[in-house]
Design a protein around this ligand. Structure first.
Ligand code: PLP
Length: 292
């Protein structure tokens, strides 16, 4: 069953090669991306993904190929309408555009924008209970991690090393501080309090991260947005990572050492259940989960 690819306003499938070899996304990693989840053809947290994309484009001065959020939604609605499978992800990428290769870019360059739907096997109930093992790795990424740039070489290498060591995710450490996962936000639970890195240039503002913080606060679970020291990693009651594709995923082992009692913890279970319910209810094209 073919996926649906939208490229600069035209619909095709990923079987067609639509990107030029001198596109700056390909040559320089000069691009930002987004990934959102859909189930039963309904997207989750579309506004939140759009807002992050828009912010990223603005920060690195790439033009927004969509007039506004409504026109972005319209493109996504059409992709999902044309997609035959009901569950998957949509990957969106906006590059600075294509022109003769030079580090300086032309001022009137038209961005290249693509978005395509793809099947995705989201973790099942057993996986969500069993959790994952993680491995720590040095954070070798560029210094503007709040931008969801396509420069994922350091992330990919860290993740591959983790996989070769029998782990599922790499947790990136810089200057003795736990930043985040290679493709997830990281949370620790100590004394019943949930701890995660504050939003700054060291971490991506995860869509699920923000939802989980709101849910924790509403459930009267204390949240500390503070840098966690690497040494604290081995004294955690619970740990979990969050991402669009994994939701809230328990971490049961860090560098071969068991976290808590090696099972999904109580706080993690509560937040996982609350998040799954929110995601289900917030699905659709209606708007943001935030009233603001
Ligand atoms: N941090 C990094 C580096 C990521 O790549 C991702 C997702 O891909 C996340 C965090 C989680 O972000 P979100 O919850 O928006 O999927």
């Amino acid at each position: 069953m073919p996926d649906v690819l939208w490229c600069n306003g035209r619909f095709t499938t990923t079987a067609e090669r639509v990107i030029g070899v001198e596109d700056r996304g390909f040559q320089f990693g000069d691009a930002v991306y987004e990934v959102f989840k859909f189930t039963e053809h309904a997207p989750a947290f579309l506004s939140e993904h759009y807002r992050r994309l828009e912010r990223g484009l603005r920060e690195i001065e790439i033009g927004n190929p969509w007039r506004d959020e409504a026109s972005f939604r319209e493109t996504m609605r059409e992709i999902l309408e044309r997609t035959e499978f009901g569950d998957g992800i949509v990957y969106i990428q906006v590059t600075r555009g294509e022109e003769e290769r030079a580090h300086f870019w032309g001022e009137n360059l038209q961005p290249t924008a693509i978005a395509y739907s793809r099947r995705y096997r989201f973790p099942d109930a057993a996986r969500k209970e069993r959790g994952i093992k993680v491995m720590t790795a040095p954070d070798l990424r560029w210094k503007q991690c709040q931008v969801k740039s396509v420069n994922l070489l350091a992330n990919a290498i860290a993740k591959k090393k983790a996989q070769r060591a029998g782990a599922d995710e790499a947790i990136l450490i810089q200057d003795g501080v736990v930043r985040e996962g290679a493709s997830s936000s990281f949370f620790a639970v100590i004394d019943g309090r949930v701890i995660t890195h504050p939003l700054d240039e060291h971490v991506l503002p995860g869509v699920v991260r923000d939802r989980v913080i709101d849910l924790a606060i509403a459930a009267h679970i204390r949240v500390d947005e503070r840098p966690l020291r690497e040494a604290e990693l081995f004294h955690l009651a619970e740990a979990f990572v969050t991402s669009t594709t994994q939701g809230v995923m328990p971490v049961t082992e860090i560098d071969g050492r068991v976290v808590g009692n090696s099972r999904r913890g109580e706080v993690t279970t509560t937040l996982q259940q609350l998040f799954d319910a929110l995601e289900l209810n917030a699905r659709g094209f209606a708007g943001s989960v935030r009233s603001s």
